[in-house]
Ligand binder design. Sequence first.
Ligand SMILES: C[S@@+](CC[C@H](N)C(=O)[O-])C[C@H]1O[C@@H](n2cnc3c(N)ncnc32)[C@H](O)[C@@H]1O
Length: 388
Amino acid sequence: MTAEIWDNVADEVNFNLKIDRERFFALIERQAEVLDFGCGYGRISNELAACGYTSVTGIDPSSAMIERGRKMFPGLSLMHHSTKAELPFADGSFDAVVACAVLTGIPSSGERTQAVAEIARVLKPGGFFHIAEFCSEAGRVFKSGLGIPMRYSSADEWRDLFKTFHCCHEEVVGTTTMSGKPESSYRAFYKNQLTRQRAQQAHDCSVMPSGGKNATPSFSSAVNRSGFGVGAYFADTRLPAMLAEDLPQAEAVLVIKGERKLYLLRDGERYRAYPIALGGDPSGHKQQEGDQRTPEGDYVLDWRNPSSAFHLSLHVSYPNEDDRARAEARGVSPGGMIMVHGQRNGLGWLGSLLQRWDWTDGCIAVTNVAMEEIWRAVPNGTPIRIEP
Ligand SMILES: C[S@@+](CC[C@H](N)C(=O)[O-])C[C@H]1O[C@@H](n2cnc3c(N)ncnc32)[C@H](O)[C@@H]1O
């Protein structure tokens, strides 16, 4: 029934809800296997492909949407499927799933839950689910101007729907409908939780050469392919976790760039210090995307990523309003995704050596053992001050 309604409007709609591109690009590698769930005519698939994603599959129950998408974007992989059947993919097929404005158009709680369960099934353990949906604190069920049943959920309702996942980041941002009416959008990144059986599979896979079918060989995967690889994997991930000490919880983090040090603070005292590496142009406050600088000032460590391309990472809340305004006045992007993180995956065993250079793009890098300690001692919401 729903598919027929979407079929009827397939040639007259132009969807406009935005995904969180910046965070998506930072969290999900370009070679990742990505599923665009409820792809419509392939707008988001096309956006991702245009930004370098090499393996994006779009799927939608409306055959007219898929037909339009195949004409508009002949290079994309767009598939039709019936909502009555399971998704035509094996368990754990995708590194990431994106759903933009899809669940809003499924008012039934049962159908929503079924759709989310299918997403969890086809997503790898530890894979990311990026959601961008319309949101209304009071909750609203209505028919759109085109006669499509809609349900705008509150942030709490959305959260509840994704409760089997682990939330890595969420926000409510302003948006507009296709007719220009101001509304809110709930955007979030959820991580697929590991079941015990799947965790074992994930572990078994992680000591094998990494990468999907389109992955290019990297130094770290070459290391993993050698007999040395298992030892390097152990030194990279397991050993730091074993060597790290459990410290008292930090009340604040202080980074002094000139000293190349990160301190944990409690009762106003520095109780732990770690050497750090910075970006290629370490002096001065970050001004714009790509300048290789680390911001200076007061921020918050607001969310974390347990499986980034670097060993564990904590996000610094740059850019703030002032940073954005300054960049806007100069007509540039302020950049973002500044993290405190460990070593690049696969290179952790070289950590102490690599820490002698400023090798990041503006992030604050520590050894993997240090990162394990910081990860455990610093909860989300901890203030961080970065001084010159
Ligand atoms: C508002 S459109 C969004 C399309 C696309 N994600 C975008 O943002 O451009 C919603 C799409 O969800 C699809 N859809 C509806 N029910 C669905 C379901 N149960 N599973 C997957 N997709 C569904 C519709 O066919 C429609 O193409």
